[in-house]
Design a protein around this ligand. Structure first.
Ligand code: CDP
Length: 246
C-alpha cells in the first residue's frame, strides 16, 4: 500500500489529495447546484430553498430544517447497487444534515426547509466527503446564509502509515478510515466518523493532515464560486451597451 519511498499505489505521497475539479451553477432548475470530480468520484449536488417545510408537522417554528439526501446511482459502483435508500445512505444523509445544520443560519427562516440532494454518479471511496464538499458549494450558490463554507476530507491508515484521502483499494485493504468535515474559519469539527483502529498519536497526526487538506479544499470551493460569479470588464461593458440600447 505504501512503498519504502512513501509512495502509494496510485503514485501519491502520504499527504497528497487526489485531483479535484469543481464547478458551481451547473443545473438550471435548482436554486443552487455544483458538480465535483474528486479522483474517480463524481457527485452532483442540487439545493432548493429556503421554502415552506411540508408536511407542516415537521416545521420548526424557530428555525429552518436542513434536509439532506445522499443517493448512490446503481451504476456508480462495480457491483450494481440496488436503487433506493439503504442503511448506509440514510446514515450518510443524517451526518451530512447535522454538519450543515451547524453552519446554516437557520434562525433566519423559521418553518422553512433547505433541501440538499447529492447524487453519486461514480464512487471510489470517500464519497461522503466528496458529497459534503460539493453540497457546500451548491448551498453557497443558492445564496443560503451560512457561517462558512464547510470542507471535508478523510484520513486513515494503510500498511501502518497514516495517509490522506483514501482511494478504494486503500479503504478496502487499510486499517482505518476517518472522514472529517470542518468549519475552516474556526477549525470546528462538524463531522467525524471512524472505521477501523488507529493509535492516539496516529489519530493526531492524521487529523492535522486532514485539517490542512480541508483548508486547501476550501480554497477550491471558493474558487469555483468566484469563477461562477466573476464578471469580466468586457462582460460589464457589453451589459452596459445593451442596457443603453447600443
Ligand atoms: O464513500 P465513503 O468512503 O464515504 O463510504 P464507505 O461506506 O466507506 O464506502 C467506501 C466505498 O465503497 C464507496 O465510495 C464505494 O466506492 C464502495 N461501495 C460500493 O462499492 N458499494 C456500495 N454499496 C457502497 C460502497
Amino acid at each position: 500500500m505504501v512503498n519504502d519511498k512513501g509512495i502509494r499505489v496510485d503514485g501519491r505521497r502520504v499527504d497528497e489529495l487526489r485531483p479535484i475539479k469543481l464547478e458551481a451553477g451547473v443545473l438550471n432548475r435548482a436554486d443552487g447546484s455544483a458538480y465535483i470530480e474528486w479522483g474517480e468520484n463524481k457527485v452532483l449536488a442540487a439545493v432548493y430553498g429556503p421554502r415552506e417545510a411540508h408536511p407542516r408537522h415537521r416545521q420548526d417554528p424557530a428555525r429552518a430544517l436542513v434536509q439532506c439526501r445522499y443517493n448512490m446511482a446503481p451504476f456508480s459502483v462495480s457491483d450494481r447497487k440496488r436503487p433506493g435508500p439503504d442503511r448506509r445512505s440514510v446514515e450518510i444523509s443524517k451526518v451530512i444534515s447535522e454538519a450543515f445544520s451547524h453552519v446554516v443560519l437557520r434562525e433566519q427562516f423559521p418553518r422553512a426547509t433547505v433541501d440538499v440532494f447529492m447524487e453519486v454518479l461514480q464512487a471510489n471511496a470517500g464519497t461522503r466527503c466528496t458529497a459534503l464538499t460539493v453540497a457546500a458549494v451548491a448551498l453557497a450558490d443558492a445564496g443560503i446564509p451560512m457561517r462558512d463554507i464547510i470542507s471535508s476530507c478523510a484520513f486513515g491508515k494503510a500498511d501502518g502509515q497514516v495517509i490522506l484521502d483514501l482511494n478504494k483499494e486503500e479503504d478496502n485493504e487499510g486499517e482505518a478510515d476517518v472522514p472529517i468535515a470542518i468549519v475552516p474559519r474556526t477549525n470546528e469539527v462538524v463531522l467525524m466518523q471512524m472505521d477501523g483502529h488507529i493509535t492516539k498519536e496516529e489519530f493526531d497526526s492524521g487529523l492535522k493532515m486532514a485539517v490542512d487538506a480541508c483548508h486547501r479544499i476550501n480554497e477550491m470551493q471558493r474558487d469555483a464560486l468566484r469563477r461562477r460569479y466573476s464578471v469580466t470588464t468586457d462582460t460589464r461593458e457589453a451589459v452596459k451597451a445593451i442596457s443603453e440600447g447600443v
